[in-house]
Structure formats: C-alpha cells, structure tokens
Design a binder for this molecule. Structure first.
Ligand SMILES: Nc1nc2c(ncn2[C@@H]2O[C@H](COP(=O)(O)OP(=O)(O)O)[C@@H](O)[C@H]2O)c(=O)[nH]1
Ligand SMILES: [Mg+2]
Length: 456
C-alpha cells in the first residue's frame, strides 16, 4: 500500500456532512438475533424453531437493564470504528475513480495529470492500487479502503486481465488466514475485499466476452455488484433494455451476483426497501464531483450538458443513490458477513484441504432430518432386497441339488432295471436252449458249467 495515499480524515469528514442519510450507524440486519434466519438455511431454521419452542415468555416486573444491550453494542462499535474494503473493476475510463469519489464524497483520487503520449505510459500489466481514508460522519468512524485496478482492459490481448485481480483478492484472504493462525488473534486487520463493483461499458448491447470471463473468475471470490458505467450516455429506454440483457447474460453464464439476504422477521418496510434496491441491479450510475447549478437555481452534484443537468443524487436521473444506499447504508455489514461466512470460508477450506488438512466430511455435513430419514429408508430397503435375493439363491440351490439327486437315482434305477432285464433275458435264452436240447435228445453240457443254476 502506498503510504502517501493515506488521506487524512479531517477535510473529507467536513465534506461528508451534507450527505448524511441516517444517524444510526448500524445497518439493517447487523447483529442479527438468533431467530433472524434466512429461509435459505434449513438447518439454522430448524435450530431456531426448536429454540423458539423452548422459550418461555415472561413479563418483567421491573427494569433489569438488558434493553440497553443494543446501546452497548452501538457504543462499542463506534469506539472500535468500522472498516470497509471495496474493489472497483472495469476498463479504464469508465469512471471508476470518479464514482468512488462521488460515493464517499471525498477526493480519494486527486485528478490525474495526463502525460504526453509515449511508449512508457503503456502499462504492461493490470496494476492494483489501494487507497485508504478515514472518514467520519456524526462521530462514527469508517476506515475505507478502495482497491482500484487501473490498466484493466487496456491491452491488445486482455485474456489474463483477471489474473492480477484474483491474485490480489486471494493474497488478502491468505493474509487473513495467516493472521488467524497466529497465537494472538485479537487484533486482526480485515483487509479482505468486501464488495467488488464491476463497471460495465454503456454499449447498449450486452456483456462483452471479457466481462463474462472476469465476472466468472470473480463471482466465487467476492460479492459482485455490477453497475452500468456512465449511464448518462444512454436514454432511459436503452438503459432498461441494456439492464435486461445484462441480467439475462449473467443468468445464462451462471454468474452469482450479490443479492441482499431476505430475513423472514424483517419488517415490511425493510423488505420493501431491499426489494426496491435489488430491482435496480445492475445499477445505472453517473459519477460527478463538481457542483453545478440547475436551471431552477439549485446547486447539485452533477454533470452539465448543453441540454440540461444530470443530477447524481436524483433517483429520477440515475441509480447512484440506490448503489450508495446498498453499499453503505443498508448492506455494508451484510457484505462483510457474506465475505466472511461464504467467500472466505470456501477459500479457507479449499486451501486447507489442498494443504492436506483433511476434514471428516461427516462431521461438517449438514443433516436434514427428512433427507436422513430417506437415506435410512433406502438403506433398509436395500438390505431387505439383498436378504430376499440371498434367500432366493439358497432356495434355488437346494432345489437344483434335489433335482440332480433325483435324476441320479432315476438313472441308477433305470440302470438296475436294464441290468435285471438283461439278466432275465439271458436266463430265458439259456432255458430256451436247454429246452431245445432236451427235446432233441442231446445231453446237457458238463455239470460244472451248470453249477448253481437251478432248474426248478
Ligand atoms: N459521461 C460521463 N463521464 C464520466 C462519468 N464518470 C466519469 N466520467 C468521465 O470519464 C473520464 C474517466 O474517468 P475516471 O474516473 O478517471 O475513470 P477510471 O479510469 O475508470 O478511473 C473522466 O473524464 C470523467 O470525467 C459519468 O458518469 N458520465
Ligand atoms: Mg481511475
């Protein structure tokens, strides 16, 4: 990180005042109570349901004091301050730096001097720059870090443009993982990228192959928030058609963009607010740091054209306010939580598995009772089938054994029968012969030969 880039807090803080939206620094959904669970998580839902069943409701007879817990939390958080790291990705010239300045109402990026044309200024790779600033609003401090990717898409061949970006994100996860593995884990500085604002060129066509490639590389690593850059260059109709095509492309390529979670126990107002924000994705944004005066005499942040003024903070003109609302006012904690619980967790477990730290999958497997029951039932059925098959086989074997035995004894019987028949036949022939001899008066043969032969 460039130490010079650390911009001191005082001037921007003073600057930040006119755009105060809400004094409560706790965004919606932060510090969620155990009952506040998403419908997406069946395990947590089941757990919470069983917890709820065990709750006994009691009316207090006096003031105990735990109603003050949120205030404790508030004071502690304010004392500690917040930090938020946002990355901006997109081809150069799409207004990234301008938008960051507009978002946080500071001049995080001083105007760049453009050098005269020369071969030296053509960058060889996408460089990554990170700038931090401490900003303050109503006594709440925020350490904001913006990770910029100048040079992205500037090359003749942009094939590997995504690589330094992904590497940077992973390095930040690695650093966090290292810090977690140290003996002292109390003061880990969280430098992980919590949100990645992806700038789409306002072509009015659809996503470019480079956009698809980069988003596909990034979506499992960071919370992707796509925006249509320089939306003042498109008409309202063009913007809505362009947005629809972008969303279709995103769905077709199975790119996961950040969606605010839906909490079942949120009040209607919050749900409506979230839906309103999500309906604007991809946000069509306009950046401007200059104050201009409108024809009716107001001073606004905007861009002046011969035909009128486009106001950055006017929701009729662009979605800038909605993007800021999501990034800062309503979803900042959500983005940080999602980064920690999903993006970082996936990276961490992949990394540890690759390092050979094996996990016992059965320990970490989420158990859904219905699925488990189904599994057990099918196991039982399989066992029954196997037993049936075995019994059938034994039966078959016994039958065939019996059959072959029967066959054998039949053959034996047949053979004995044949033998006896032959013997009888022989006896008959001999008797026949004797009879004819006696009749013809010839003497019988030598006695010895007839021994044992009865003539009865
Ligand atoms: N029309 C229009 N021009 C913009 C907008 N935002 C920035 N610009 C201009 O675009 C140029 C490049 O902006 P810059 O913020 O340096 O782009 P970066 O390279 O993405 O950081 C500058 O001349 C800005 O004044 C916008 O929303 N609409
Ligand atoms: Mg820039």
């Amino acid at each position: 990180m460039d130490p010079q880039a650390n911009i001191e807090s005082s001037p921007p803080a003073a600057n930040a005042q006119p755009y105060v939206e809400r004094s409560n620094p706790m965004p919606n959904g932060s510090g969620s109570a155990p009952q506040t669970v998403t419908s997406k998580d069946p395990k947590a839902a089941a757990l919470a349901a069983s917890d709820l069943r065990n709750i006994v409701r009691r009316k207090l007879t006096g003031y105990v004091g735990f109603a003050n817990l949120p205030n404790q939390w508030h004071r502690k958080s304010v004392r500690k301050g917040f930090n938020f790291n946002v990355m901006v990705v997109g081809e150069s010239g799409l207004g990234k730096s301008t938008l960051v300045n507009t978002l946080f109402n500071t001049s995080l990026y001083p105007p760049r001097d453009r050098k005269p044309p020369s071969l030296d200024i053509i960058p060889k790779t996408v460089s990554i720059q990170s700038i931090s600033a401490d900003i303050e609003e109503n006594g709440v401090r925020l350490r904001l870090t913006v990770v910029d990717t100048p040079g992205f898409g500037d090359f003749v061949n942009n094939e590997d443009s995504w690589r330094p970006i992904v590497e940077n994100i992973e390095q930040r996860y690695d650093a966090y993982l290292d810090a977690e593995n140290k003996v002292n884990r109390m003061n880990i500085v969280d430098n992980r990228v919590h949100a990645c604002v992806y700038f789409i060129e306002p072509t009015g066509h659809s996503l470019k192959p480079l956009d698809v490639e980069v988003m596909r590389r990034l979506h499992t690593k960071v919370n992707l928030i796509p925006v249509v850059a320089k939306a003042d260059t498109l008409t309202d109709d063009e913007i809505s058609a362009f947005k629809a095509r972008i969303l279709a492309d995103i769905e077709y390529h199975h790119i996961q963009i950040f969606e605010g979670p839906r909490y079942e126990l949120d009040d209607d107002e919050t749900i409506a607010e979230n839906n309103e924000i999500m309906a604007k994705v991809p946000f069509a944004v306009v950046g401007a740091n200059q104050e201009v005066s409108t024809p009716d005499g107001r001073k606004v942040r905007g861009r002046r054209y011969p035909w009128g003024v486009i106001e950055v903070d006017n929701e009729e003109h662009c979605d800038f306010v909605k993007l800021r609302q999501m990034l800062i006012r309503t979803h900042m904690e959500e983005l940080k939580e999602h980064t920690n619980n999903f993006m970082y967790e996936n990276y961490r477990s992949d990394k540890l598995t690759a390092m050979g730290v094996a996990q016992d999958p059965s320990v970490f497997k989420e158990i859904n009772p219905a699925v488990k029951q189904e599994e057990e039932r099918s196991l039982h059925e399989q066992k029954l089938q196997k037993m049936e098959l075995e019994m059938k086989m034994v039966f078959q074997q016994k039958v065939s054994e019996k059959e072959s035995k029967l066959k054998q004894s039949e053959e034996e019987l047949y053979a004995r029968h044949k033998e006896m028949k032959e013997q009888l036949e022989r006896q008959r022939q001999e008797l026949e012969e004797k009879k004819s001899r006696i009749e013809s008066g010839r003497p019988l043969e030598e006695k010895g030969k007839r021994k044992g032969f009865s003539l009865r």
